[in-house]
Design a protein around this ligand. Structure first.
Ligand SMILES: Nc1nc2c(ncn2[C@@H]2O[C@H](COP(=O)(O)OP(=O)(O)OP(=O)(O)O)[C@@H](O)[C@H]2O)c(=O)[nH]1
Ligand SMILES: [Mg+2]
Ligand SMILES: [Zn+2]
Length: 346
């Protein structure tokens, strides 16, 4: 089995400093149920976490750098970035979509389903992650004039680059690929069917990922990509392909990330008469004035409010959980103390 050049995958001196002696470095390229594919200089290793690390709740995601002892993951090296969402469904757990990402491409296809509100949500999540967001609008070949839609996206992008591409004509694909030098890591994120895997394959120059074959104009339907995978690109750089997300729920996002994604609203809010203005009915509220004048679209304000509410709800759930965990730690410590006292008595 051919080995990997870890330098091409982004291995660097700083990471090496954090690796315990005796462990072999590798990068997680795919996560399966209970096992990981790890790229190493000696080839791909199917590795797993020892029970102790599983019990400690150690999280391993695609893109993670790990220290291996044989086929066991002994350590997960500190991440420089992590894209995290609340896992889908009713549980309140975090899910790491990708780790150690430099550039996160928010991919959405040009067409009637394009939804600027969804883009805002992705931007908040990525600003929180430590990666840098860029927006990719695909399937430009399907539209006579994509520019009104592009302008709509640019209005919520707040300076984040917006790329227009077509995998059919090749428009914009190479320019985007050039964003990834040797050692750089990108991830493609977005709904199912927008063309993430098609783009990855084009960059890889091979069918690295399966893509949907029928009905090229059908954005809906079953997910084609079913697991996250890191693909090494010829000439350096890697890209992580992900399955389409039905929903991107925020996870523990700091207010700075929200401010970054809604810089326009933040700037207006700073000009309100009252410091604690709720922008609902206060006099001389700059935010409401901007909605009134049409400078700030009402939907954008609503979106900002909705995301803020979500963040508050998450923070509250966290508090409850922290208190529960504290209680449990205290209980275990007390039990241990009692057991030790008993042992001494004997
Ligand atoms: N016309 C047109 N079709 C495209 C373009 N890019 C992708 N497609 C088609 O869109 C469909 C979906 O593409 P995929 O790459 O499988 O989409 P995906 O985002 O990976 O979807 P999931 O894996 O389900 O998340 C396929 O039929 C592609 O051929 C494009 O630029 N133009
Ligand atoms: Mg796919
Ligand atoms: Zn206000």
């Amino acid at each position: 089995m051919p080995g990997f050049d870890l330098g091409e995958l982004g291995w660097c001196a700083e990471l090496a400093d954090n690796l315990e002696q005796g462990l072999e470095p590798g990068r997680v390229v795919a996560v399966h149920r209970g096992a990981f594919d790890v790229a190493t200089p000696h080839g791909s290793v199917r590795a797993r976490l020892p029970g102790r690390l599983v019990r400690d709740g150690v999280d391993v995601a695609v893109g993670d750098w790990v220290g291996l002892a044989g086929a066991l993951v002994r350590a997960v090296l500190p991440r420089k970035s992590a894209i995290v969402r609340k896992s889908a469904g009713l549980t309140s757990e975090a899910q790491t979509l990708a780790a150690n990402v430099d550039v996160a491409f928010v991919v959405t296809s040009l067409g009637p389903d394009l939804e600027p509100r969804r883009v805002e949500r992705y931007l908040v999540t990525i600003w929180e992650s430590g990666a840098v967001p860029e927006i990719v609008l695909t399937k430009a070949d399907r539209m006579e004039d994509p520019w009104p839609l592009v302008a709509e996206v640019e209005a919520v992008a707040m300076g984040v680059p917006v790329h227009v591409v077509s995998a059919v004509t090749g428009q914009g694909c190479e320019a985007l690929r050039a964003r990834l030098g040797p050692g750089a890591t990108a991830v493609v994120l977005g709904s199912s069917g927008v063309g993430k895997s098609t783009l990855v394959n084009r960059w890889a120059g091979r069918e690295a990922m399966a893509t949907k074959e029928t009905r090229a104009d059908d954005d809906e339907g079953r997910h084609t990509t079913t697991h996250r995978e890191l693909v090494v690109l010829p000439g350096g750089g890697v890209v992580i392909d992900t399955p389409g997300l039905r929903e991107l729920q925020l996870w523990d996002v700091g207010s700075a990330a929200l401010d970054e994604a809604f810089a326009d609203v933040e700037e207006l809010a700073a000009r309100c008469r009252f410091n604690d203005c709720t922008h609902t009915r206060e006099p001389r509220c700059a935010v409401l004035a901007a909605v009134e004048s049409g400078e700030l679209p009402r939907e954008r304000l609503d979106s900002w409010r909705k995301l803020q509410r979500e963040l508050r709800a998450i923070a509250m759930r966290h508090d409850v959980r922290l208190r529960k965990e504290e209680g449990r730690k205290w209980y275990l410590a007390a039990r241990e103390g009692r057991a030790r006292a008993k042992a001494k008595q004997r």
